[in-house]
Ligand binder design. Sequence first.
Ligand code: SF4
Ligand code: SF4
Length: 98
Amino acid sequence: MSHLKRVLRFFTPEVGICLNCLGCTKVCSQGLAPNILVHLCQAEQYERSMELGLLRCNECGNCEKQCPAHISILAEFTRAKARLGLCDSSSVVEQIST
Ligand code: SF4
Ligand code: SF4
């Protein structure tokens, strides 16, 4: 977790913590479970996240728009893909800073 995110979570603890509302799972255009995938990516369990379809994510953004906890789902996925060498890590910085 970046320093900025740690600071944000300290001052706004309600932001970034999954509420298990399952809203993201209902709107995923690929039939994925973004809540589980984001948890796995945050825990750096990349192999398991790929088994559960991380690479099928088409980055439509439906899950993130739906998320009442404002979790940066796409940034977590992009960071995971960068760690796996599947995308340019500069796009991670771009997503996190926006
Ligand atoms: S961004 Fe990926 S995980 Fe989220 S709703 Fe779209 S396809 Fe599903
Ligand atoms: S929409 Fe957000 S809070 Fe709800 S289950 Fe998905 S990740 Fe968790």
